[in-house]
Design a protein around this ligand. Structure first.
Ligand code: HEM
Ligand SMILES: *[C@@H]1O[C@H](CO)[C@@H](O)[C@H](O)[C@H]1NC(C)=O
Ligand SMILES: *[C@@H]1O[C@H](CO)[C@@H](O)[C@H](O)[C@H]1NC(C)=O
Ligand SMILES: *[C@@H]1O[C@H](CO)[C@@H](O)[C@H](O)[C@H]1NC(C)=O
Length: 315
């Protein structure tokens, strides 16, 4: 009896690679220039297209929410699996793959075969936020890359813009994230753009949309057609990371249904939204904390998974 019990413990221990295993100096000896290589890559691409910072942040979120931060989202479909890139939330929407592939190629030149794509994505998300004026945080390193990906897992794990507050809270709780994390991390919508198809239901069917904003959006996004038309998630400063997103929510000027759910003048999250709307420092602090938690979701560590050479395919 006793030996079986021990064996079980060992396996449970190995399976649950905890976030504590990630550390900021993981590549100090094997790739000392990693941080500047990633930061230079991010800088170069943002200078060309400021939106790419938002896209990289979202890519990291969509990676972490589907079986952990394991770069599964970067794998293109193969004969062995239908991957995540064509899942509902990513198809014709997720972008920035070329940036990670480009940075990875530069990393491979200096430190072949040692740095994971999952770590590069986590660093690129942080550097993007800093570049656009947001807070910084330490990124724990040592994640490894998955050898598979699943469209159906992506479809069931990534929250949709049609979600109501309860569904958003449950989705985040399922990923080990609190209500505070939900509200703070939704502040990522202070940067980037969304397509008409994702906010149409909100501007035609929801009652809590400020009248002039509704009129403006309806003039851009018709009831049918123009599905891919882009509008900023934060109309005032779409390329600047700040707390105006929360001020918009208070004025019923959210672009997405899911965003306005956080402030309904009855919602449990109203207090937090109002706090972040008036206190940028509080938002930055909670956002950084939430990002560290999100970046630490179920990493592959030790000898799990692999270090991909090309982020788009398994070795
Ligand atoms: C709370 C649940 C969330 C929902 C329902 C949601 C949904 C969406 C949708 C529908 C879009 C527009 C996609 C398109 O039209 O192509 C979007 C964009 C974006 N999301 Fe979220 N999101 C959520 C949380 C988050 C979180 C936690 C982050 C990061 C920490 C994030 C970062 C972004 C960014 C930066 C963009 C703009 C991307 C770009 O311009 O390329 N979102 N989100
Ligand atoms: C790793 O490098 C960073 C940045 O150069 C430094 O701050 C840190 O002390 C180093 N850690 C170790 C264990 O050498
Ligand atoms: C992805 O989008 C393209 C273009 O709209 C569409 O043809 C395709 O069916 C979509 N794929 C999936 C899996 O929904
Ligand atoms: C608005 O709601 C109606 C009734 O539930 C639905 O049939 C329609 O598709 C919705 N409109 C949009 C643009 O989502």
């Amino acid at each position: 009896m006793a030996p079986y019990y021990l064996l079980l413990l060992v396996f449970v221990g190995a399976g649950r690679a905890s976030a504590a295993e990630l550390c900021t100096d993981f590549y100090n000896c094997t790739c000392p220039n990693l941080l500047p290589i990633v930061n230079n890559g991010v800088t170069k691409f943002i200078q060309n297209d400021p939106r790419i910072g938002a896209s990289l942040l979202r890519l990291h979120f969509h990676d972490c929410f589907v079986n952990g931060c394991d770069a599964s989202i970067l794998l293109v479909d193969t004969s062995k699996f239908i991957g995540e890139q064509t899942a509902a939330a990513n198809n014709e929407s997720a972008r920035g793959f070329n940036v990670i592939n480009d940075i990875k190629a530069n990393v491979e030149k200096q430190c072949p075969g040692v740095v994971s794509c999952a770590d590069i994505l986590a660093l690129a998300a942080r550097d993007s936020v800093v570049h656009l004026g947001g807070p910084s945080w330490e990124v724990g390193l040592g994640r490894r890359d998955s050898t598979t990906a699943s469209r159906s897992d992506a479809n069931s794990n990534i929250p949709a813009p049609s979600f109501n507050l309860d569904a958003l809270i449950k989705n985040f709780a399922d990923h080990g994230l609190s209500v505070t994390d939900l509200v703070a991390l939704s502040g990522a919508h202070t940067i980037g753009l969304a397509q008409c198809r994702n906010f149409r239901a909100h501007i035609y069917n929801d009652s809590n949309v400020e009248a002039s904003y509704r009129k403006f959006l309806q003039s851009k996004c018709p009831r049918t057609g123009n599905d891919n038309l882009l509008e900023p998630l934060d109309r005032q400063t779409p390329n600047h990371f700040d707390n105006l997103y929360f001020q918009n929510l208070v004025y019923k000027k959210a672009l997405l249904h899911s965003d306005q759910q956080l402030f309904k003048q009855s919602a449990t999250t109203d207090t937090l939204v109002k706090k972040y709307a008036t206190d940028n420092a509080a938002f930055f602090q909670d956002f950084a904390k939430g990002m560290v938690k999100m970046s630490n979701i179920k990493p592959l560590t030790g000898n799990q998974g692999q270090i991909r050479i090309n982020c788009a395919k398994v070795n």
